[in-house]
Design a protein around this ligand. Structure first.
Ligand code: SF4
Ligand code: SF4
Ligand code: SF4
Length: 577
C-alpha cells in the first residue's frame, strides 16, 4: 500500500494506483472528460489537473501514479482556474447549440461548464470546419460538438472494430474513419457503443421519431408497437428511477397513451426464436450438421461476423432476430387472422440497440412482401417521445399488454442479458431432447456479466458443451478458437454489446461517474431475471400463443412455412468497398 495525503486527508491505496483512484478512495471527486476506466486513460483533456507538492507543474490525475508521502491538492484556486480555462478553450471551438442538442441536460461538457461557472464566449477566434456524417441509417456524427476526448475511439477499439480514430494534426484534428471514408463505407458494426460513451452531443442515433408520429396520425395505418426485453429494465432511468428498475407496467400504459393500436411484446418473438433455434440445434446435433450453432439475435454481432468472420456463416443460426420475427409474424399471421392488408400495418420496435435500425433494412427481412419492421426507436427515443407528449411517466398506472402477441414466458424476458438466450434455449432444448420435464430451470453457469462463460450439461446421454460471449473482443476470442478447430462447443451465444442488450447502444446514457462506480449491467440484468422468476410460464414452448401459432399457422418448428417467415440469410461483406 502507498500512503499519501489528498487535500490534507490521509489515504492508503495499492501501489500502481493513480491520483484519480486515490481521490475516489478518499471520497474526493476529481472531474474528468476523456477518462474511461480500463479503456481510456490518456490524460488528454486536462480537466483532471491537480497540484502535487514539489512537482514543477500540475499533473493529470487520471494517469499520474501515487507515491509514498505524496501531497496532492485537488481544489486550490489555481486548480479551479486551470480547469475553467481549459473548459472555456474547449467551448471556444464548440458548436454551443445546447438548447436543440440531443444531449441537452445530459451532457458532461455542459454540466462541467455550469459547475465551473464558465464564460462560453471568453475566447473567440477560428473554429474548426466540420461536416456531419449522416451516411448510415443508424448513427450521426457531428464533429462540431466533438471535444476530441477519444472515448468513442477507445470504445470502438475495445469492440475490436477500430473504424474511427483521430485524423489530421493540431487544430485540424478530427475523429473520422480511415481513407476519408464515411461511416457507411467502413466496416462499422453499428453497435452504438461509441454513442454511449460520448460525453457530448457529437454522436447520436439517427432518429425515426417523426416517422412514428406520422404513422400514428395516419388513419389508414394500424400501428403496432413492441418493446425488446432490455427496454423495461432501462427506460426508467430516463425518468429518475434507480438503475435496474423494471417499469414494464408503466411502459405499456405510456405506449397506449401515445396512441398505438396494439401494444405487444418482443419477448413473445423471443419465445418464437427459441422454438426455431432449439429445433435447429437439435437437428444439427442429431443429423451431424455444422457445429457449434451460433446465435443470431444480435445484429451488431451478425454484421461483425459478416465483415470479420464470414467463414463462420454456416455456423450461425438462420433464425431472424426476435425484432424481425415479431414484425414478420405481425404482417403475416396477425394480419391474416384479423383480415388486415399488411401494407396498412406499421410495425414499430422499441430497442436498446442502434444496430436494429440497420437490421430492418437488410435483405430477406420482408416475409409479407413489406418490410418486417417499419421503424425502430431506441429506448432513448421512446423516452423523448413520451416526454414530448407530456405523459407523466412516473404517475402512470401499470398497464396490460394486448393479446395475442403480448403473451410471453420468463425465457423470453431474459434475452436482454448476456447468457439469457442460451438459458432460454437450454430450457426448451433439454426437454425436447430428453422428452422429460426438467426440474431445474435456472442455468446459473451462463449468467453474470463475465465476458466469456462456458458450461457443459449432460443431456439425454450426451454432453452438450456451450459458451457465451458478450462484447466483440470476447466474440473474437471464441471465433478464433472455432475457426482453428480448437473449440468443441455445440452451442454458442454471442451478443455484440458487453453485458448483452441491457448495455446496448440505444439504452439511456449514464454519465462517466455512474458507468465507473455502478454495476449497471448487472443491475439491469437482475431486473429481467427477477421478472423471469416471478412468471408462471418460464419456458418458451409452454407459451400458449406460441403453441397456437404452430398448431394453426406454421405447422411445426422448422417447417417450410416457418423457414419462409422466420429465417434469413447472411452475406460476406468487404471492408472499405
Ligand atoms: S454537446 Fe453539450 S455543450 Fe455542446 S451543444 Fe450539446 S449540450 Fe451543449
Ligand atoms: S457503432 Fe460501434 S463499430 Fe461503429 S464506430 Fe461506433 S463503436 Fe465503432
Ligand atoms: S465524438 Fe464524442 S467520444 Fe468521440 S472524441 Fe468526440 S466528444 Fe469524444
Amino acid at each position: 500500500m502507498v500512503n499519501l495525503k489528498i487535500n490534507g486527508i490521509d489515504v492508503s491505496v495499492p501501489e500502481g494506483s493513480t491520483i484519480l483512484e486515490a481521490a475516489r478512495a478518499a471520497g474526493i471527486r476529481i472531474p474528468t472528460l476523456c477518462y474511461m476506466k480500463e479503456i481510456n486513460a490518456i490524460g488528454a483533456c486536462r480537466i483532471c489537473m491537480v497540484e502535487v507538492k514539489g512537482a514543477r507543474s500540475m499533473v493529470a490525475a487520471c494517469v499520474y501514479p501515487v507515491a509514498e508521502g505524496m501531497e496532492v491538492t485537488t481544489d486550490s484556486d489555481k486548480v479551479i482556474a486551470a480547469r475553467k480555462t481549459t473548459l472555456e478553450l474547449i467551448l471556444s471551438d464548440h458548436n454551443r447549440s445546447c438548447l436543440s442538442c440531443s444531449r441537452n441536460l445530459n451532457c458532461e461538457l455542459q454540466a462541467l461548464s455550469k459547475e465551473y461557472g464558465c464564460d462560453a464566449t471568453r475566447f473567440s477566434g477560428a473554429v474548426t470546419e466540420t461536416e456531419k456524417d449522416l451516411s448510415t441509417d443508424y448513427l450521426v456524427r457531428d464533429n462540431s460538438k466533438c471535444i476530441l476526448c477519444r472515448r468513442c475511439v477507445a470504445a470502438c477499439k475495445a469492440q475490436e472494430v477500430s473504424v474511427i480514430g483521430a485524423v489530421n494534426r493540431g487544430f485540424s484534428t478530427q475523429i473520422a474513419c480511415a481513407f476519408g471514408e464515411d461511416l457507411a463505407h467502413s466496416p462499422c458494426v453499428a453497435c452504438g457503443q461509441c454513442i454511449n460513451v460520448c460525453p457530448t452531443g457529437a454522436l447520436h442515433e439517427k432518429e425515426e421519431i417523426d416517422d412514428v408520429k406520422a404513422a400514428l396520425a395516419d388513419p389508414e395505418k394500424v400501428v403496432i408497437v413492441a418493446c425488446a426485453p432490455a427496454v423495461r429494465a432501462g427506460i426508467g432511468e430516463e425518468f429518475g428511477y434507480p438503475v435496474g428498475t423494471n417499469v414494464e407496467g408503466k411502459l405499456v400504459t405510456a405506449l397506449k397513451r401515445l396512441g398505438f393500436d396494439k401494444v405487444f411484446d418482443v419477448n413473445f418473438a423471443a419465445d418464437m426464436t427459441i422454438m426455431e433455434e432449439a429445433t435447429e440445434l437439435i437437428e444439427r446435433i442429431e443429423e451431424g450438421g455444422k457445429l457449434p450453432l451460433i446465435t443470431s439475435c444480435s445484429p451488431g454481432w451478425i454484421r461483425y461476423m459478416e465483415f470479420y468472420y464470414p467463414e463462420l456463416i454456416g455456423n450461425v443460426s438462420s433464425c431472424k432476430s426476435p425484432q424481425q420475427m415479431f414484425g414478420a409474424l405481425v404482417k403475416t399471421y396477425y394480419a391474416e387472422k384479423n383480415d388486415i392488408d399488411p401494407k396498412n400495418i406499421f410495425v414499430v420496435s422499441i430497442m436498446p440497440c442502434v444496430a436494429k435500425k440497420f437490421e430492418k433494412t437488410r435483405d430477406y427481412e420482408n416475409a409479407s412482401g413489406y418490410p418486417d419492421i417499419d421503424a425502430s426507436l431506441t429506448t432513448r427515443e421512446l423516452a423523448k417521445l413520451i416526454k414530448e407528449k407530456g405523459i407523466m411517466f412516473n404517475l402512470l398506472p401499470d398497464g396490460q399488454m394486448d393479446n395475442p402477441m403480448g403473451e410471453f414466458s420468463g425465457a423470453g424476458v431474459i434475452f436482454g442479458a448476456t447468457g439469457g438466450v442460451m438459458e432460454a434455449a437450454l430450457r426448451t432444448a433439454v426437454e425436447k431432447i430428453t422428452g422429460e420435464t426438467i426440474g431445474k430451470l435456472d442455468f446459473t453457469e451462463v449468467r453474470g456479466t463475465a465476458g466469456i462463460k462456458e458450461a457443459c450439461y449432460a443431456v439425454g446421454g450426451m454432453n452438450v458443451k456451450v459458451a457465451v460471449a458478450s462484447g466483440l473482443s470476447n466474440a473474437k476470442e471464441l471465433c478464433e478458437k472455432i475457426k482453428k478447430g480448437e473449440a468443441d462447443y455445440q452451442f454458442v451465444e454471442i451478443m455484440c454489446c458487453p453485458g448483452g442488450c441491457v448495455n446496448g447502444g440505444g439504452q439511456p446514457i449514464l454519465d462517466t461517474y455512474t458507468r465507473r462506480e455502478v454495476d449497471y449491467k448487472a443491475l439491469r440484468a437482475k431486473a429481467l431475471y427477477d421478472e423471469d422468476q416471478a412468471k408462471t410460464i418460464r419456458k418458451s414452448h409452454e407459451n400458449p400463443v406460441v403453441k397456437d401459432i404452430y398448431e394453426h399457422y406454421l405447422g411445426k418448428p422448422g417447417s417450410h412455412k416457418a423457414h419462409e417467415i422466420l429465417h434469413t440469410k447472411y452475406v460476406k461483406r468487404k471492408k472499405y468497398e
